[in-house]
Design a protein around this ligand. Sequence first.
Ligand code: PEP
Length: 256
Amino acid sequence: MRTPIIAGNWKLNKTPHEAIELVTELKREVSDVEGVDIVVCPVAVALTDVNDVVRDSNIELGAQNLFWEDAGAFTGEMSGPIIKAAGCKYVIIGHSERRQYFGETNETVNKRIRAALNSGLIPIVCVGESLEEREGDQTFDVVRDHVTGALSGFTADEVAAMVIAYEPVWAIGTGKTATPDQAQEVHQYIRGLLKELYNEEVSGAVRLQYGGSVKPDNIEELIAQPDIDGALVGGASLKSDSFAGIVKGAISKVTG
Ligand code: PEP
């Protein structure tokens, strides 16, 4: 049984002070939740403050990105060892906004994943097609390209511990959610691809999140799908009640 994982990507929102307020409320609201991995990913400068709040709680910390070198003359970057020291267990890699605005490619995604693993971080690897690609019937080709490019050179054991987030770009921050069937179809494809590239064990072990306008009122039908193990949540993670609602909705995966 794969443990469901709900991660909140706060993107470029919340000052350290606001981040502390949000995570303090969230901690109270999800304190009794068991059986679901809960992750928050604040801006880099809020990581240590948020870590102080979530330490010894059921909430884990993630970063939104990392650079592939550990240290050196790379102004403005954050590295695996630094993120790890700030308390992170997870790191989001290859989010579509990074591909769109910051020149992220399969090659740089691959390097960042290597750096994350070298620092003992669990990568949340984002893949997904744009609206034009979906309308051009290229969804599976794009997803195959993102997954194979990201995972190139990693061993089966390394891949088995990763999280892959399928995030159709047309559903991110638009209020348009993929239907449970649309999401399941691509998740099933990714699982099949992992079997083809590695083996059945890896395919059965990797946790696949759906991302794209997930809310408390659609999480249950999404996570009920056999290949959906959780959600990567943007907008709805910025309010403690909506994020807690999504986390609680994910319990249905465990209780049935
Ligand atoms: C995201 O940015 O990863 C995301 C899924 O955003 P939203 O939930 O706002 O669509």
